[in-house]
Write a protein that binds this ligand. Sequence first.
Ligand SMILES: Cc1cc2nc3c(=O)[nH]c(=O)nc-3n(C[C@H](O)[C@H](O)[C@H](O)COP(=O)(O)OP(=O)(O)OC[C@H]3O[C@@H](n4cnc5c(N)ncnc54)[C@H](O)[C@@H]3O)c2cc1C
Length: 479
Amino acid sequence: MIKNVPLYDSLVQELGDVKVSIREDNLKDYSEDMTEIKGHPPDVVVSASCKEDVLRVVQIARETNTPIIPVIAKTNMGGLSIPSQGGIVLDFKSMNRILEVNKEDLYMVIEPGVTFGDVKEYLDSYHPSLRFAYPLSPPYTSVLANCLLDGLNNLSLRYGPMGDWMNGVEAVLANGDVIKTGSGAFSPNWCSNSPLPDLSGLFLNFHGTTGIVTKLSIRLSPKLKYRKKLFVLGYDVDDTYSLIKRLTRDNLFDDIGGLSWPLGKMLFGVKYPVYKDPEEPLILVFLDLSSSYEKEMSLKIDILNDVLKEYRKKGAHFEDPFDIDVLMKINPEFSKFADLPATLDFLLDHGGGGVTWVGTYGPMSQWEKGIKIGMNILEEMGFPPVMVSRPMSGGHFCVLRFIVLFNKQDPQEVERVRELNLKLCNAVLDLGFIPYKTPPWVIDLMKDRLDPGFRKWVKEIQSLLDPYGIMNPGKWDVS
Ligand SMILES: Cc1cc2nc3c(=O)[nH]c(=O)nc-3n(C[C@H](O)[C@H](O)[C@H](O)COP(=O)(O)OP(=O)(O)OC[C@H]3O[C@@H](n4cnc5c(N)ncnc54)[C@H](O)[C@@H]3O)c2cc1C
């Protein structure tokens, strides 16, 4: 039975029936993601393949007062691409062209459906001297969505979160206007967001509530000749994070991260472990390095070894650094880490179907405290203390994230996960960590802590750009 006949008819009339679906299984699929967050089935799913499709959908949505929820792979982990109240799911997977790569000015222009896998394949094939920043999310996820969500990728220590990589966007607003931001608003060369007023920020971290982005110009960086990925095992939170902070400030590495012991074990094939032998390491630190010169690379490794010696002299316990090539000989699963993007299937294919996290950016001064509190909460509530951490933007802030795998079909477990996330979230908010890709339930928790002027302006900007309230309503809703 078609629930909303006039909406469906108008969409089919404008776009043709191939691009418009009301199949029950399709609607159900778009009503949930892999988290515990409750969604709502959309009324209809539209597959967009060009800007004109977007303009038609926006016009119909405006005329019928129907929400639009932009979707690509639905892996944001915050319930941000599932409808809060029905509406039109606008799927961008088919709008997936790489429109331009400018090798000299180091940027590329892409459509929303272009994935990390597409970019990697394209650059490796046609521009092997260039590289992009990759997350730990699967290769089928969208680059544009990751940038609009200010993601954390493997060059984020050196060059910042993915919002910093945006040169500009083309966006369709709720009133049907199409605007460009960044240097693309001035000339065909889209190499920079500076020095124009930074209107790209109107679409960054707003989760689709201010407009629909149809093009993105994004930075590329040169691929340096020598690259390495090393691991160091740490046995104590304070010592390990003191080392990570020191290495961050020494500015030798492209990426540094700390993974707690359950993740380390999962990489070795152990399923969601709950037990750690006291002799086993607590944190697996990964270090990515690249250099144009072999000498520079050797020097960086010598410096790392010297720093480790210094720490050992003061009584800290660290194993010698080892190369990922060694790990790959023991367990080929480690090749996933060697060359991103990769599907971390031990997180996704665990049988229960549910994955969720409390993921935050926050002050490095509170890092160790946050790690200890969060890992304790997880253990107290009977979950493995899975934690991911990373310094960002040269050490100006850091990532702190706690991950939980669960059985989506078990309502009691889902409820337990909700309780856990609430507890984790309150604990890290108290320390000044701000949840990224912010789920609606977290916005509710944060609202009263936000500066009143900031809160008022978020609302006013959303109302200005979308007076009809049709752009992904229910997300970043501070009202
Ligand atoms: C195992 C795993 C590991 C991950 N690791 C990382 C990681 O290391 N770093 C990281 O940053 N992320 C990570 N993620 C999160 C996520 O995968 C990425 O952020 C991903 O790039 C999101 O892409 P998506 O295609 O799933 O977007 P979706 O979830 O479909 O959409 C994300 C948001 O963008 C909005 N949106 C989509 N298209 C548009 C548009 N055209 N205009 C305006 N708004 C739009 C949506 O409405 C939604 O709010 C991980 C996820 C998983 C499952």
